[in-house]
Design a protein. Sequence first.
Length: 148
Amino acid sequence: MGFDIKKYDPAVDKRLLILLSGLLWSVVGVMLCMLAYKWLSITSGVASLYFVVSGAALALLIHHFGFLKLVDKNVKRISSYKEKACLFAFQERKSYLIIAVMICLGVILRHSPLPKPYLSVIYIGFGGAMILSSIKYFRLFVRLMLAG
């Protein structure tokens, strides 16, 4: 009788992985946008509008030219799983390193001397793109749940 590591595998239904991906992308996106909102609350009306519109335009670009491809790749990978997969398989293994680097860059940017209203454009861009991209996960989750 040997040690069976498989029994400690936190395996979940692949539909749950799709939902988890969407939730995680949404939560992080909202968090980034909330930070940007806090930073923009100290600027005046017209200037704030300029930063918000710039950030929204950046969000559309990041969503369309970057994150949609990543979401499609994740969905294809998750869909290829039999029925259950490890709870942490909603991202590729190498993606965890990229996530760690992006978190570090975010911390560095937040503590940099860059004016926060200008930094808010980047945060709105990435946060908005993550929220927009999460919609694809949610739509697929609903479709999978309706299919049974």
